[in-house]
Design a protein around this ligand. Sequence first.
Ligand code: AMP
Ligand code: ZN
Length: 488
Amino acid sequence: MTTIKLHNTRTRGKEVLNPLNPDDVRLYLCGPTVYDRAHLGNARPVVVFDVLYRLLRQVYGTNHVTYARNFTDVDDKINATALARKEAGAPGTLEELVQERTEETISWYLADMAELGALEPVHMPRATAYIPQMIAMIEDLIAKGHAYADGAGHVLFSVKSYKDYGALSGRSVDDMIAGARVEVADNKRDPMDFVLWKPSTDELPGWDSPWGRGRPGWHIECSAMSHELFGDSFDIHGGGNDLMFPHHENEIAQSCCAHPEGDFAKIWLHNEMLQVEGKKMSKSLGNFFTVRDLLDQGYPGEVIRFVFLQTHYRKPMDWTDKKAEEARQTLAKFYSVLMVPGEYAKPGSRGVYLNTDVYQPDEKIVEAIADDLNTSKAISRLHKLYKEERYQLLIGSMVFLGLLNEETDIDHLSRPEGSSYSAWTGNLGQYVSILEDARKSAMEKKDFSEVDRIKALLIDAGIEVRMSKAGVELVPGPSFDASKLDAI
Ligand code: AMP
Ligand code: ZN
């Protein structure tokens, strides 16, 4: 059996994965707070942990891996979007508007992540469905002397009561206070103490509890949900490294104090952050965009995924248009092997029909991924397989890496080399309209010289012009040159 080695944040080294139960390897990833569309950075942990999930399924068997990723569906940001809608005159109670917002955000999220080739986890628990478990865990923590109620609807975790606090990130409590914005509040016995439960107003979502109507803090959600699904100990816990402190330190403190007989998560895996064109992604820099923005601009999900896989998950990764274009060209080359009719695949209803039972990934690619998810090494190997014309292994490996599935739109990816995305996707539409308008006025004037002129320029730019009663279709050919379009 393939040995899997993963970098454990807690021990700061690569470790061999020895599952607690090889018949049920358990993986938990902190999921999104569902108040808006996922931005490109949010997609990074999803792709990284999807690669890990696929590896575990390959090594331990499809039905022997349980992957859970939660939805945080109770949060101030969600409430704020609902409030804004209500103020704008939307019908319904605030609670209904909150629910509407979380439902739509969850469906967007699942659709966007599916486009990136991410398999759906086995469990996708929503925090609001686990409130009784959270309340029970908080009561247990109070009973064991690790938490206290302030008498005004809050319950706080006493960080001093857990001697190993900070062990995950390997920092002292003082360092952590200095490096983070720790909220000092009158009701805290110690500035590091954090909220397990807080009061809620009548209009906003809230649940009855021994401390009054209220709602859970963020950290207790993951502790309660992972315990309900996986028990006291499980194999791997993941998230972006921005979650290491305080979120993951707090999860560990809660879970280990409530269930001291268990280990909580054995291995902690953290992905580094994503940047855009060398800069932190932020709304103020104007380089902030969602996964859906990119998909709408015509970047196929496979291209986005391929760019992600080129950088190791523990290194910062930079999203650039140049990388996306190179990825598109590489994938088009790899996918071209599917075009051999009947040989490896055949056209499906949307994309390609792949008989995944007959394809197996290349062993060296599985080994590379098993070595702390060395995705860039796996990609080098894809190039080698292509060069050596080992097409069946190439296809099997692309399926394994999530770069090819039955929905993959091969035609869209195989556009001619050298043409830019905007020319390929968006801008050709404008020439369709120009040509259609010219044809309309030509029919009125009975003079087709303008239509002929535009057609000739399009053909000169390497575009096949198909005109029929139904409309105009422009199909770029192998010699397509977007720069020539300027002449129109
Ligand atoms: P949030 O909804 O903000 O809690 O984030 C959901 C997930 O996205 C977490 O695992 C974060 O670590 C991750 N994340 C947020 N921003 C980035 C980024 N720029 N690069 C990589 N991961 C990110
Ligand atoms: Zn979490």
